[in-house]
Design a protein around this ligand. Structure first.
Ligand code: AMP
Length: 172
């Protein structure tokens, strides 16, 4: 695993709720070399495939999703929290490590058969990514893989995501 990235991640105890250890990635984002490395590693994981769209999840997923899309020669599609997207949407409710939420995607964001890479910063219980996968399935996307910078493997999030190809750069 990329030690420089691991060393930069800051554990914040009891944020945003007691009992949660929040993985703060802002020290990675603030360092050009570490930010570049994290993008390069995410791109590498998908470089064997022709990707049409990188889909990323509100909000930290966007930070990685757009540069990964540019590097792969793909477009970018946001999955957003309810109420943020202006056009016709599909929505999916889910529960996450510290709360409940609804995510949405524009109904015309993906064409049936589009090859999609789904990206988020962190896989915890898997509820968020599972909801995004359901939205993409509804749109007929061909999900090539699901990639995370960080995976909290002890929460078994992989088991909740209905997809055979899940990649993470850093696993705890
Ligand atoms: P989950 O749906 O439980 O897999 O939660 C994943 C989403 O919540 C990701 O978009 C993360 O940004 C955020 N998240 C959940 N747990 C943590 C954590 N311990 N540290 C940082 N972010 C987290």
């Amino acid at each position: 695993m990329p030690q420089a990235l691991i060393d930069a991640i800051r554990d914040v105890q009891d944020f945003p709720k007691p009992g949660i250890i929040f993985k703060d990635i802002t020290p990675i984002l603030g360092d050009h070399a570490l930010l570049q490395r994290s993008i390069d590693l995410l791109v590498e994981k998908a470089s064997d495939h022709q990707i049409d769209k990188v889909v990323a999840i509100d909000a930290r997923g966007f930070i990685f999703g757009a540069p990964v899309a540019l590097a792969l020669g793909a477009g970018f599609t946001p999955v957003r929290k309810k109420g943020k997207l202006p056009w016709k949407t599909y929505e999916e409710a889910y529960s996450l490590e510290y709360g409940e939420n609804i995510v949405e995607i524009h109904q015309d964001a993906i064409k049936p058969g589009d090859k999609v890479l789904l990206v988020d910063d962190l896989l915890a219980t898997g509820g968020t990514a599972a909801a995004a996968v359901k939205l993409l399935e509804k749109l007929g996307a061909d999900i090539v893989s699901v990639s995370f910078l960080i995976e909290l493997s002890f929460l078994n999030g992989r088991g909740k995501i209905n997809h055979p190809k899940i990649n993470s750069i850093i696993t705890y």
